[in-house]
Design a protein around this ligand. Structure first.
Ligand code: EPU
Length: 422
């Protein structure tokens, strides 16, 4: 197991290029199951979760080939095992994204049920309820969920009880090959949903409304191969923008799509961070003056992303005043708070709210990452803390950030990776 050792206190300077979005690449890879022709995907981030999804596709019988650094070719002509086993699902919940495409194309799917995770219970009841409405029979036994629709799925109107990102994606993938029209109401509007719809459309699907809360899908007989480039990772981009701000640096974040994380940009500007867009897809982030505390509440897109909450909280420890950070998406996503407190932050948790009083001088400490975004927040705190910070369990980081340590070092951060006994 690896750890990061960070020697904090340096302002980041320079330029960093944003990778493809993990949370887009995952459903897009699952969508390759919908056709017996090859699909070629560019800008696939080389992170552990993506390798896990590739492994899952290969387990099922797809030919998965890595071509060049960030291109992957998937050919799902012969799917001999339309199932996601426990060994893979337990390491990555997003494995449940294969449920929809398998049920849609083969009328049969078996996916081990994901358990709880560090940030919340995260059930997939809405995915299965949606599939049932498309005519699938859902059976749950021995920890597995089986979906069967021997005569194929048929279109229906599905109204999600609450907004779910992968639930929307799963259902969209099931509906593209269903007979007739499916309408998904209260759909997620995340850019990753739109990216998936764009790929599916290139494959021959008929989808309108992706990016709004009402998606219409007209089922087609068959999908074909396609080539597609994944959108930039808005959470990685947001993390680097915060890294520049927290270290009072001057950084160009390139190859990003600022429209996808406007809610963060607006907050940071209110807090006193100077953010400009000198050219398309490039942000310049500077933070010289004192930062102000600004409240933030996580919401579904286009609201403030829960995947940036932990990193934002780290920044607020450096801002003047009290910031109330409210988490509305997941019930247990404050695990980074006690770790930040070990570094000197003043954070009080009251239910779904974290009350952050700043600014506090952080001092380097040995801290433990509990999930992907929590680890990012601890790294950010380490960059501004005095002395040495050790962030243990970096494998969380490796699941979703491509070459994080290398990219930070490129901006002048003193960060190294070491073996850990934790
Ligand atoms: N929910 C249910 N039932 C369901 C589905 C969701 O109750 O069937 C609840 C969840 O427990 C949660 C809320 O609905 O409280 C929203 O969950 P959602 O389904 O939207 O989350 P997800 O699709 O499992 C994706 C991202 C997460 C991100 C969330 C919210 C992927 C692969 N994962 O998860 O990303 O936090 O949307 O934006 O797209 C991360 O990258 O670190 C990460 C956790």
């Amino acid at each position: 197991m690896d750890k990061f050792v960070i020697d904090g206190g340096l302002a980041l300077k320079g330029q960093v290029a944003i990778s493809g979005a993990k949370n887009s690449a995952l459903p897009v890879l699952a969508a390759c199951l919908l056709t017996d022709e090859p699909v070629v995907l560019h800008r696939i981030p080389r992170v552990v979760d993506i390798r896990t999804m590739q492994k899952l596709l290969a387990y099922m019988g797809a030919a998965v080939t890595e071509e060049g650094t960030n291109t992957v070719r998937v050919h799902a002509a012969n799917i001999s095992r339309p199932e996601a086993p426990y060994e893979i699902v337990k390491t990555m919940r997003a494995s449940s994204l294969v449920l929809g495409p398998l049920a849609g194309r083969f009328g049969s799917a078996k996916v081990s049920m994901p358990g709880g995770c560090a940030i919340g219970a995260r059930p997939i009841n809405l995915h299965t309820a949606g599939l049932e409405q498309l005519g699938a029979r859902i059976l749950q036994s021995h920890g597995d969920i089986e979906a069967s629709a021997p005569d194929g799925l048929r279109g229906a109107t599905v109204h999600f009880d609450r907004i779910t990102v992968t639930g929307t994606e799963d259902l969209m993938m099931a509906a593209v090959l269903a007979r007739g029209e499916t309408i998904v109401e209260n759909a997620a509007r995340e850019p990753e949903v739109v990216d998936l719809a764009n790929l599916l459309t290139k494959m021959g699907a008929r989808i309108t409304g992706a990016g709004t809360s009402s998606i219409h899908i007209q089922g087609v007989e068959k999908l074909h191969g396609a080539e597609h480039e994944i959108i930039p990772d808005r959470i990685e981009a947001g993390t680097f923008v915060i890294a520049a701000a927290i270290t009072r640096g001057d950084v160009l974040v390139t190859g990003c799509e600022p429209e996808h994380f406007q809610s963060l940009i607006v907050k940071l500007r209110q807090a006193g961070v100077e953010i400009t867009e000198p050219e398309k897809s490039v942000l310049r982030v500077r933070a010289g003056a004192a930062l102000r505390s600004i409240d933030a509440t996580t919401e579904e897109h286009p609201g403030f992303a829960t995947d940036l909450q932990a990193q934002y909280m780290a920044l607020m420890t450096q801002a003047e005043g009290i910031a109330i950070v409210t988490e509305r998406i997941f019930e247990n996503r404050f695990m980074h708070a006690p770790e930040l407190a070990r570094m000197g932050a003043s954070i009080r948790i009251e239910g779904r709210q974290a009350i952050v009083a700043g600014p506090r001088r952080l001092s380097g400490a040995h801290v433990m990452a509990s999930d992907l975004r929590a680890s990012a927040s601890l790294v950010l705190a380490g960059l501004v803390a005095s002395g040495e910070t050790i962030v243990d369990r970096v494998y969380h980081m490796d699941r979703g950030y491509e070459r994080m340590q290398e990219k930070l070092a490129g901006l002048g951060a003193r960060i190294r990776r070491e073996k850990s006994n934790a």
